[in-house]
Design a protein around this ligand. Sequence first.
Ligand code: ADP
Length: 162
Amino acid sequence: MRQAVAVYPGSFDPVTYGHLDILSRSLELFDKVIIAVALNIEKTGLFTFEERSDLIRASVNHNDRIIVDSFHGLLVDYVKRVNARFVIRGLRAMSDFEYEFQMASMNRNLDTDMDTIFMMTSKDYFFVSSRTIKEVASFGGNVTEFVPEAVGKALKEKFPQP
Ligand code: ADP
């Protein structure tokens, strides 16, 4: 039987419980979910691409149905290459919508077979983004509620407090 595979792409710089919530809900819909870290040379982040993938791996329980990978170039090409049809994206606020709507429409134009599935954020994580997590952590704020243990530790190493 053909397996239903979805790709969950993003920067994941770093992964948060918001991302993991979308991931676990996706696993209820799909047989396999590929978390695909986007390698964007122009957009350098706090963590290297390798660190981001390692942090994702350290944050998910071993599960054959979750694959951690990375890609560069067009998402539609990657999705085709891995024999998937669906892309998962999370929506937090109206502000996410406009960008996501443009991206999904563009991707659908580039490949009419591909479809994007949007999942609404959970009430506990609607205000959680990698960007705010990094900002709070950089000032020594406590983010343990919002990120897996490995990420909390890695953030402390990036932002040592006196
Ligand atoms: P990008 O840089 O591509 O936006 P991110 O790593 O920030 O990548 O996020 C990847 C996906 O996860 C996006 O669809 C984003 O909207 C979603 N996401 C991030 N944080 C949350 C959250 N707290 N709740 C729901 N979805 C989220």
